[in-house]
Unconditional design. Structure first.
Ligand code: NAD
Length: 311
């Protein structure tokens, strides 16, 4: 609120409380011409925000804190002609750092050491069971946007060879050795030690990492998913992890969230789970507001095209 009022002192600002039952009177709803959703789509309180903004007859523009807008709640705004823009990019750094953290935990013997530590056991990993060097391993990043590009940049600092999967060809300055189109993923999978998912969930990406793609990965390969659970065939993933075909996975997103208590994923020793929380960082709200919402508000008022407009 402070940042918005400082930037636009004359603006009439309506704040919705974090209360699922909160409703705005009709005369207030009529005066709302744009809205900023600065919370999480999933908790209860977001219902009051979407109920209010859906009922605002003069709403022209909605800016959201989120990067992904696959939740059906956003489609309803687009369908009624409301301009929608996102804060994609505002959480790319913390998410990429979490992905690299997951990779390091899986690549280095942290899980094994942590297990020994809990038993107060001094158990050095013998040279005969030493893990492979990360340098020289091959990473494939599906979705070379804000998150994927940052993961690629960091991974290359560890000496990994990174290939991006994107619809458009390689461009000057891309942080990857090469770019291939999505149709080549089943072939590329054969040469992938680390498969990173950082694409949006769309009709094209739903189920993209199919049973066949998982089977094509070399034995012992790893999956790191911060995109959406539905990009992967989760049943096939569980099988590939349980049989040891995959060496492990770091998963932040799942086909059903919260991940049901009876999901086999919870119990697999080579899986690291975070509760759709890879982005958590103290600066996110400020970055989204100051870096994306306020500049877009200035653009909207000047009649200029918005950054991150969803089409
Ligand atoms: P972005 O728009 O900057 O990047 C997405 C990239 O994916 C774009 O370059 C786009 O061209 C590419 N893409 C689209 N379809 C593709 C396909 N079929 N194959 C390969 N690439 C494709 O978005 P971002 O900020 O990097 O976020 C990417 C996604 O990550 C979001 O849509 C969201 O689903 C997810 N996300 C998850 C979290 C989390 O908390 N886990 C947080 C933010 C975003």
């Amino acid at each position: 609120r402070q940042a918005i009022e400082a930037a636009w002192p004359g603006l009439e600002l309506v704040m919705l409380p974090d209360d699922p039952a909160a409703r705005l009177p009709a005369e207030v709803l009529e005066r709302i011409d744009f809205a900023y959703f600065s919370g999480d789509v999933y908790p209860e309180y977001s219902r009051s925000f979407f109920a209010a903004t859906q009922g605002a007859p003069n709403l022209r523009w909605l800016h959201t804190f989120n990067a992904g807008v696959d939740n059906p709640v956003f489609r309803r705004f687009l369908d009624r002609g409301v301009v929608l823009s996102t804060s994609s990019g505002s959480t790319a750094q913390p998410i990429a750092q979490t992905v690299i953290g997951g990779m390091l935990i899986l690549a280095r013997p942290f899980l094994r050491w942590a297990d020994a530590q809990r038993r107060r056991a001094w158990e050095p990993v013998p040279a005969s069971e030493a893990p492979a060097d990360l340098a020289g391993q091959r990473m494939t990043v599906v979705g070379l946007g804000a998150i994927g590009s940052e993961v690629a940049r960091l991974a290359r600092a560890f000496g990994l060879e990174v290939t991006g999967v994107r619809r458009s060809p390689r461009r000057e300055g891309d942080p990857v050795e090469r770019v291939v189109p999505p149709g080549e993923l089943p072939v590329l999978a054969r040469e992938t030690d680390w498969l990173v998912l950082a694409c949006p969930l769309t009709d094209e990406t739903r189920g993209l990492v199919s049973r066949e793609v998982l089977a094509a990965l070399p034995r012992g390969a790893y999956l790191l998913n911060v995109a959406r659970g539905e990009v992967v065939d989760e049943a096939a993933l569980i099988e590939a992890l349980a049989t040891g075909h995959l060496g492990g996975a770091y998963l932040d997103v799942f086909a059903t969230e919260p991940l049901p208590p009876d999901s086999p994923l919870w119990g697999l020793p080579n899986v690291i789970i975070s509760p759709h929380n890879s982005a958590v960082a103290a600066g996110n709200e400020r970055r989204a507001t100051e870096g994306y919402f306020l500049p877009n508000l200035a653009r909207m008022r000047a009649g200029e095209p918005l950054v991150n407009e969803v089409r």
